[in-house]
Design a binder for this molecule. Structure first.
Ligand SMILES: C[S@@+](CC[C@H](N)C(=O)[O-])C[C@H]1O[C@@H](n2cnc3c(N)ncnc32)[C@H](O)[C@@H]1O
Length: 273
């Protein structure tokens, strides 16, 4: 464990973040125009649905770093029994509220815990999801977290994770933090190269299923201008974002284009036989 990482400070940061903004901005891009976060949310959840094997009903899923439950609730709606782990009590409270509202509370269990040490037996889950968490963990905690996910996944199960594209021209000017900030925040660029290295050692197979090059380009172009545009042009922008999403969902997952432009990849991880 990194000596400088405080779970309490991280929990406090994420709970405060949820109280300070709308639920989507709290778990996606803080301060981004709402329509960009809505578009990114759709890319992740549509890509997730495409990646799911049929017959999720009654399957045991684990959502690590579940936040407000965008992913957990999507899985529960499709019939999975979902164990949702997060270290922020406020995030879990919001998730439970949403689960009741959407009538899936009986399919949800929430556990307040850090992701790097989880209170479950080995090989328990048919599916593990981990979206938007790994980049918020310092290296040592991140490594333990992914090993926990592999330990908990059944030999026949699959894990789905969203990871940064470290080759993205849009992310190349991001400055990874060396250590957690005093307010509890930590972010760093965690790419496919890191995941592939660890998977090779752990005998896990990695496959990229989806990428978001069109969305990432639109995000770059629009993120500073959308709020100041007129309502009429916002309608036009929504149309462009819908087209970008469609193209990202239909495109080959890891083309030359997506290697340069995508900001995120959805990857599938399976235990090698
Ligand atoms: C960017 S949000 C993503 C939430 C959700 N997976 C989603 O995609 O909507 C990151 C979440 O990870 C949680 N988190 C941060 N560090 C954690 C840790 N060490 N263990 C468990 N959860 C953590 C935060 O509280 C927050 O809810």
């Amino acid at each position: 464990m990194s000596a400088k990482y405080s779970k309490e400070a991280a929990a406090g940061f994420w709970s405060r973040r949820l109280k300070s903004t709308d639920p989507l901005a709290a778990v996606l891009t803080y301060n981004a125009p709402k329509i960009l976060n809505e578009s990114y949310d759709k890319w992740e959840r549509e890509s997730l649905k495409k990646a799911l094997s049929p017959g999720l009903v009654g399957k045991k899923a684990l959502d690590i770093g579940c936040g407000t439950g965008r992913i957990s609730l999507t899985l529960a709606k499709l019939g999975a029994n979902v164990t949702c782990v997060d270290l922020s009590a406020a995030m879990l409270k919001h998730l439970n509220f949403e689960a009741r509202k959407r009538k899936v509370a009986s399919k949800i269990i929430t556990i307040e815990s850090s992701a790097d040490k989880l209170p479950f037996n080995d090989n328990l889950f048919d599916m593990v999801t981990c979206f938007g968490l790994l980049e918020h963990l310092p290296a040592a905690v991140r490594r333990k977290t992914i090993l926990e996910a592999f330990r908990l996944l059944k030999p026949t199960g699959k894990m789905l994770a969203v990871i940064n594209n470290s080759g993205s021209i849009f992310l190349k000017n991001s400055y990874p933090m060396k250590e957690q900030q005093r307010n509890g925040y930590f972010v760093s660029l965690v790419g496919l190269d890191w995941l592939e290295k660890i998977c090779e050692k752990q005998r896990m197979k990695v496959k990229v299923l989806s990428a978001n090059p069109n969305y990432a380009a639109m995000h770059y172009i629009l993120s500073n201008s959308v709020d100041s545009l007129t309502t009429k042009s916002q309608e036009g922008i929504k149309d462009i974002l819908r087209q970008s999403l469609k193209q990202d969902l239909e495109a080959a997952s890891i083309s030359k284009f997506s290697r340069f432009l995508a900001s995120h990849f959805l990857v599938e991880l399976r235990k090698a036989n």
